[in-house]
Design a protein around this ligand. Structure first.
Ligand SMILES: NC(=O)c1ccc[n+]([C@@H]2O[C@H](COP(=O)([O-])OP(=O)(O)OC[C@H]3O[C@@H](n4cnc5c(N)ncnc54)[C@H](O)[C@@H]3O)[C@@H](O)[C@H]2O)c1
Length: 402
């Protein structure tokens, strides 16, 4: 077992923040948050995931009356419940129900009809890995989850209008270079097209440290299995803690105006290289990094005979769809920097009407159902809709790496 206190490691070696970046903003808006959450009913989709579960923890502090959590991951829901019920600081409402359901399934519609309407609806369900976009099949699965289901859901919500609807986005939607980011940018366009009929907000933010399936989360498994670490030497990112990720979403969901995209105020100097985090991680685990020259060398390194050294392989990024840096907005966006202390807002980001969005989704559907379907055809079509989308194709994919 590795003995690292993860929240402590995040604070000391990643974000450099002892307490949440958003404490002031939460404090300054406490009354509004109590007013909007206390005794309300809440539906969280994708709530077993890292950000969804952090959102749930943030919102429970304001005593909602009902909480329903939907997630396709049954084990994740089990762990969520164990986590919430084992925490002395968390009080669950009497009505707390978890449902292992795909939010695109018919049974979800039944649930919405019988258990709804909900005052607050938040959606965190998505395909989020750039590695999941190898070919037309994996891209279709991503578009299905991130774009089509998100759109269908909003259409259904028109009959069960909530007071607040939030759907999480990502910094990768800004000037996207991968299909994942492009799918999220399109998702933003889809949900914003409903922003005149429903109160819709979203948030883009940085990497959530140790989020499910992330490089850093993988380090915990590698160390438990005594396997080598591997990381890009040239990529730097902004980071927030899981707690901060839930708080950004709560603030955006409850306090944003319809059409707003929230993002954290983080200065360029707060971006950190993965290789620096990796060095600190190995040292905090009680080892000294041993830098290998290849995956082969790293795999064959015998950790038990290594005299306190831990193998790590640094590589230069060469896979499709990777940016070396991170950004939250483009030069054309209108930014509100003054409403919050540590959050900025992109105002009126989308100009597409619901009719235009429907037309785009219809074109995508007809490509999907045609003989012309290929990864390149989808990328060409998406590039036509999203002028900022510049796909980086190197012919290499993360599934080819350790
Ligand atoms: N983790 C990050 O670093 C990060 C940063 C910025 C933005 N985001 C965005 O936030 C979102 C969530 O990220 P996360 O780290 O919490 O991911 P996660 O994988 O931990 O959580 C997503 C959850 O959604 C569930 N889900 C997926 N499809 C579903 C479906 N059709 N029906 C029901 N449940 C479904 C999954 O089972 C999972 O539990 C993603 O869209 C991601 O792009 C993540």
């Amino acid at each position: 077992m590795i003995n690292i206190n993860i929240p402590d490691f995040i604070a000391k070696s990643i974000t450099g923040r002892e307490s949440s970046l958003f404490l002031n903003d939460i404090d300054a808006n406490k009354e509004a948050l109590w007013d909007k959450i206390k005794n309300k009913s809440i539906l969280v989709i994708g709530g077993a995931g890292t950000i969804g579960s952090s959102f749930i923890k943030s919102i429970l502090a304001f005593e909602p009356a009902r909480l329903a959590v939907v997630d396709i991951n049954e084990n994740g829901l089990t762990e969520l419940t164990r986590d919430l019920r084992s925490d002395a600081h968390i009080k669950l409402p009497e009505y707390y129900k978890t449902y292992p359901i795909n939010f695109g399934d018919l049974v979800f519609e039944k649930l919405l009809t019988k258990e709804g309407p909900f005052h607050i609806v938040a959606n965190f369900a998505a395909h989020k890995h750039v590695r999941s976009e190898k070919d037309e099949y994996s891209i279709l699965a991503m578009l299905q989850n991130n774009v089509f289901l998100a759109g269908d859901f909003l259409e259904r919500l028109l009959d069960y209008k909530p007071e607040h609807f939030f759907c999480v986005s990502t910094d990768k939607a800004t000037n996207p270079v991968n299909v994942m980011g492009a799918s999220k940018k399109l998702m933003e366009e889809v949900i914003m097209a409903y922003s005149h009929r429903l109160p819709v907000t979203t948030a883009r933010f940085a990497n959530v440290a140790f989020s499910n399936g992330s490089l850093l989360d993988g380090y915990l498994y590698r160390m438990m299995k005594r396997q080598p670490l591997s990381c890009p030497s040239d990529v730097k990112r902004f980071f927030v803690s899981p707690e901060e990720s839930g708080q950004i979403c709560m603030l955006a969901c409850l306090l944003g105006k319809s059409g707003d995209i929230f993002f954290p105020k983080l200065g360029e100097e707060q971006m950190i290289y993965f290789r620096n985090i990796t060095q600190s991680f190995i040292r905090t685990a009680g080892f000294e990094p041993y830098i290998c020259q290849s995956e082969e060398e790293a795999r064959n390194f015998d950790i038990n005979l290594s005299d306190g050294k831990y193998p790590v392989y640094y590589f230069k990024t060469n896979t499709s769809g990777e940016k070396l840096f991170e950004e939250f907005y483009t030069i054309n966006d209108i930014i509100d920097d003054s409403s919050f202390n540590k959050l900025s807002i992109i105002k009126q980001s989308s100009t597409k009407s619901l009719e235009e969005i429907t037309e785009i989704l219809d074109q995508l559907r007809s490509l999907i159902n045609s003989q012309k379907l290929s990864k390149n055809a989808i990328i060409d079509l998406l590039s036509g809709y999203l002028p900022d989308f510049q796909h980086i194709e190197t012919g290499k994919n993360l599934d080819q790496k350790m």
